[in-house]
Write a protein that binds this ligand. Structure first.
Ligand code: SF4
Length: 413
């Protein structure tokens, strides 16, 4: 019998080898990590359909959501990192139609890296290329052993690849640069470079100096000799990749030290950088908005005009109380943004579309349960390396897909 594989949407690695089987009336999920299994089994507290905290039919909730958005002068549409490409496209259409500000979590996480890749400022590659070719792998400011549990085994360090047949023991070198000895850093053994918080730019500049033949110096306890040795390992790579986590994004004022390092490396060898995207389709939203507006996030529509910049970010819009309504989709700003800023959502009519109850859904005026894409409905998404992946449905559900909910809201406006 031909085996059927599914894709896990538990993180942006989108593992495509998930199998389901029935055993003693239980569904067993094979290949997924614990995080993936928990995601596929679905939320412990499913979201209910409500209007003003009272049970409602989906039709009533959709009509109320449409009324809120229609009456708003400047709505905020936020989230979409856990939504299908189709739903993200509808959300951008809806933002245009309602003159809304639209933003996603990349606004305060991996956005700068995705933007640099889409603008060709940083050379990137695919995960399949990493598995087949990479000999030097740098985990910088990230800990995939916990955030993306199958990253090392499926793509980056442990698998045999077309050009890496001798395996990690002989064919690959893993290096960790981080502020603490993470589980990933432990795997890297002696190739762990512990730097103080906010020292990422300084360390990247020291490596760039070392690559150009100068004696590198840093203000913390890593000796010039050690930096020169690391630079030597990096420049001998046949195919190198830096996986950059939030540690890099949060500590650098801008990405230029990393761009300069990549440039210096690429004068000597073949080096790439990939953002460790968390939510399964954050990168999809960035790609779609970039295609339509030239920007990856923080956009405000005003008729035919587009405004872009920090003033259109979710943080600024909520802090400055610029929005008079909000639609939050597949995200929980009340738990991810500073409390004082997110609390402003309580003062405006808020709509939440999500499969599960969240802190934000508890203060929302309208809540609409959505099917989990890749589990309860099909769709498409863009993996952390920019590759589009088709998502199949794993189990039956009577919930609507997020794209269909947005379609119906738009029809009702
Ligand atoms: S690593 Fe991510 S995509 Fe892969 S099984 Fe685990 S949660 Fe799912």
């Amino acid at each position: 019998m031909e085996r059927e594989y599914h894709v896990c949407t538990g993180c942006a690695l989108l593992c495509d080898d998930i199998e389901l089987r029935e055993e003693e009336n239980k569904t067993i999920i094979d290949s997924a990590c614990r995080k993936g299994v928990a995601w596929i089994k679905n939320c412990q507290h499913p979201l209910e359909c409500t209007v003003d905290a009272k049970d409602a039919t989906p039709q009533d909730a959709i009509e109320k959501a449409a009324e809120i958005l229609k009456n708003a002068k400047k709505p905020l549409i936020f989230g979409m990192g856990n939504s299908s490409l189709k739903a993200q496209e509808k959300a951008i259409e809806l933002a245009k139609k309602t003159n809304a500000c639209i933003d996603d979590t990349s606004s305060f996480c991996q956005g700068p890296i995705v933007e640099a890749i889409l603008n060709d400022k940083i050379k990137s590659c695919t995960l399949d290329e990493v598995r087949d070719k990479a000999d030097i792998i740098v985990y910088w400011g990230c800990d995939p052993s916990n955030s993306h549990p199958r990253h090392l085994s499926k793509f980056s360090y442990f698998p045999r690849g077309k050009m890496r047949q001798r395996g990690w023991e002989e064919d690959r070198t893993a290096i960790a640069i981080d502020v603490r000895k993470s589980d990933t850093a432990i795997i890297c053994e002696d190739n762990f470079y512990q730097i103080p918080p906010k020292a990422d730019a300084e360390f990247a500049m020291a490596l760039t100096e070392a690559l150009s033949g100068k004696v590198p110096k840093v203000t913390f306890g890593i000796k010039p000799k050690e930096i020169l040795e690391l630079a030597n390992i990096l420049k001998k790579a046949e195919f190198g990749v830096i996986f950059a986590g939030l540690g890099v994004v949060y500590s650098m004022h801008d990405l230029s030290p990393m761009e300069n390092l990549l440039e210096a490396l690429n004068k000597k060898t073949d080096f790439h950088l990939m953002p460790m995207v968390g939510q399964y389709n954050m990168r999809g939203f960035n790609h779609l908005l970039f295609d339509k507006t030239g920007y990856i996030n923080r956009v405000s529509f005003e008729g035919e005009n587009i405004d872009h910049g920090p003033q259109c970010s979710v943080v600024e819009v909520l802090k400055e109380k610029k929005a008079d309504a909000a639609l939050i989709m597949g995200s929980d700003p009340l738990s991810s943004l500073p409390g004082s800023i997110a609390a402003n959502l309580k003062e405006i009519p808020t709509i939440v579309i999500d499969p599960c109850k969240t802190f934000t859904s508890q203060i929302a005026d309208v809540t609409i349960p959505a099917a989990v894409t890749g589990v309860e409905c099909k769709g498409e998404a863009i993996r952390m390396d920019g590759v589009e992946i088709e998502l199949k449905q794993m189990k039956e559900s009577d919930k609507m897909a997020d794209a269909d909910i947005l379609e119906k809201i738009m029809e009702a406006i």
